[in-house]
Design a protein around this ligand. Structure first.
Ligand code: NAD
Length: 499
């Protein structure tokens, strides 16, 4: 095994920091294992190879679980104060390194640099928030009048956790699992996305430099199905936390079933947006369009099914189209870029299929639907224009499947009963958005929309301090807030009769 210094070796090339050598972190050591060049990592802006990723075999995965077991024995009894100090030191280091790390995120994921900086802002906020939250974790006492004994719930970490994260927010998704896990006193083996590994390596590198004890968090890469099967059937692993697609979430839930492991699943969504005729259309368009194209639409909470009251449908569609046409698409490293490439070629194929299907079913294309943005087609990257369709039949794939890209379907609605039936008919239930000036209408929507969260007259739904999670097939459990930490804790009931 090769050992790398805790800080990743960055080299400046033509003003840019180069992509680091890729390693896994096991028991405090940066290792390549026996399969060091298993997979190329591509820059989605031009398909150049950024680096080569090692894969873990069964032996290395076993070492990662052994390391996590050692880490857990130490960390579970570590004081709240020590945990908080580690989280704060880590937040401070991340702040110092933010611009370097943001560049890595853009290089491997494609999003514009300003968005990568914003993602790392949220990572830092997540660590800071958990640093103060860990000091609030206390045993829960129960008052039982007339009883001599003491009854309380002792908060105990559930044990070794297996984390799996996707490529769309390569720094934030691992942070939203690691911070609550270590606040709770758990240890973790995390398999971050193989397509965007340097962001996770950067995060772990800062944690190691901040004093993370060996084995408390271990980072592996590999064939996803081999890694998840090994970890989730391992008797010492007690919890699975996954962010990704619904089909993969179901696979992992099945793997967890035999060992009755706890699960938190943050899965996909197809977020409905409802704009009523009394809404401030200009404000709604400005907020929704800029949010829609963030990360090229590759977010589980991205607005994607738009239901616009008929009297304002064409006004909304014209303004949304105008905004979309003004989006500058390009390489995320170019400061002029507003929307970067899609993260991988699978998304381009998915966009083509959704658009072809919608067109064949009679939907009207208002803008986009292709690659011919400026000269980008010659850039060899995974680019797709902001694309809008109107009058999309309810059974079209675009209305049924999470688009996960810069595609919006704008349909008109007439009455609230039909609207609610359409909004609620899918198996997804994650984010939802409503724009209206009426308190009564807003309250009706809050009561009747089947979603993990609903936002009225805005778009921000996920924060570090508030719990967020899906309903129906969008998953279960929460990330964020004290409930996010709760998912890593067991409440051991103690009835103590000792006088
Ligand atoms: P995918 O389902 O194959 O992969 C999603 C992520 O899960 C990837 O990072 C992958 O490495 C991981 N993964 C895949 N199989 C796994 C397994 N057996 N065990 C553990 N991890 C596994 O899909 P994709 O093509 O990468 O992404 C497309 C779809 O994924 C989108 O349509 C969207 O629904 C969903 N997605 C959702 C989120 C989210 O934030 N909820 C994030 C990324 C992708």
């Amino acid at each position: 095994m090769t050992i790398m210094s805790a800080t990743m070796p960055f080299v400046s090339v033509e003003g840019y920091l180069s992509y680091p050598e890729l390693r896994m972190l096991i028991g405090g050591e940066w290792v390549k294992g026996v399969n060091p060049d298993a997979q190329p990592v591509y820059n989605p802006a031009d398909q150049s190879v950024l680096g080569w990723l090692p894969h873990a075999d069964h032996k290395l995965l076993g070492s990662a679980v052994d390391a996590a077991a050692k880490g857990f024995e130490h960390w579970r009894f570590t004081s709240a104060n020590t945990k908080a100090e580690l989280l704060l030191r880590c937040a401070d280091l991340l702040t110092q390194r933010q611009s370097d790390y943001a560049l890595l995120t853009t290089l491997e994921q494609g999003k514009p640099l300003t968005e990568s900086v914003g993602e790392w802002d949220r990572v830092i906020e997540t660590f800071r928030w958990h640093a103060q939250a860990v000091e609030q974790l206390e045993d829960i006492s129960y008052q039982q009048n007339g009883q001599q004994h003491r009854t309380y719930s002792r908060l105990e970490p559930v044990g070794i956790c297996a984390g799996f994260t996707a490529w769309n927010f390569p720094a934030l998704l691992p942070a939203r699992k690691i911070a609550p896990a270590i606040a709770a006193g758990c240890s973790m083996v995390i398999k971050a996305s193989e397509e965007t590994p340097a962001s996770a390596i950067a995060l772990l590198s800062a944690m190691v430099d901040a004093g993370l004890p060996d084995g408390v968090v271990n980072l592996v890469f590999g064939q996803p199905e081999i890694v998840s099967e090994f970890l989730l059937t391992h008797p010492q692993v007690r919890k699975c936390t996954f962010t990704g697609s619904v089909p993969v979430g179901k696979k992992l839930a099945r793997l967890c079933a035999d060992g009755l492991k706890r699960c938190t699943f943050e899965l996909g969504g197809h977020a409905p947006v409802v704009v009523f005729e009394d809404a401030d259309v200009e404000q709604a368009v400005a907020q929704l369009a800029s949010f829609k194209y963030r990360n090229a639409g590759q977010a589980c909470i991205a607005p994607s099914r738009f239901y616009i009251q008929r009297s304002i449908h064409s006004q909304f569609a014209d303004a949304f189209t105008e905004y979309s046409n003004s989006i500058i698409v390009g390489n995320g490293c170019d400061p002029a870029t507003v929307m970067g490439p899609m993260a991988n070629s699978r998304r381009i194929i998915a966009m083509q299929e959704l658009c072809n299907d919608a067109q064949s079913q009679g939907a009207r294309c208002l803008t986009g639907n292709g690659l011919d943005v400026n000269d980008l087609i010659e850039e060899n990257g995974h680019y797709w224009q902001p694309t809008i369709f109107a009058d999309v039949p309810a059974h079209a794939a675009m209305m049924q499947l999470e688009p996960f890209g810069p595609i919006s379907a704008l349909n008109a609605f007439d009455d609230i009963d039909t609207l609610l039936q359409q909004v609620n008919e899918l198996a997804y239930g994650l984010a939802s958005y409503v724009f209206t000036q009426s308190r009564a209408t807003a309250d009706t929507m809050v009561r009747h929309v089947e979603a993990g969260g609903i936002v009225i007259n805005s778009v921000a739904v996920m924060e570090a301090d508030t719990p967020f999670g899906g309903v129906k097939e969008s998953g279960y459990g929460y990330e964020g807030g004290m409930e996010g930490i709760d998912g890593f804790l067991h409440k051991k009931l103690v009835r103590d009769y000792l006088q």
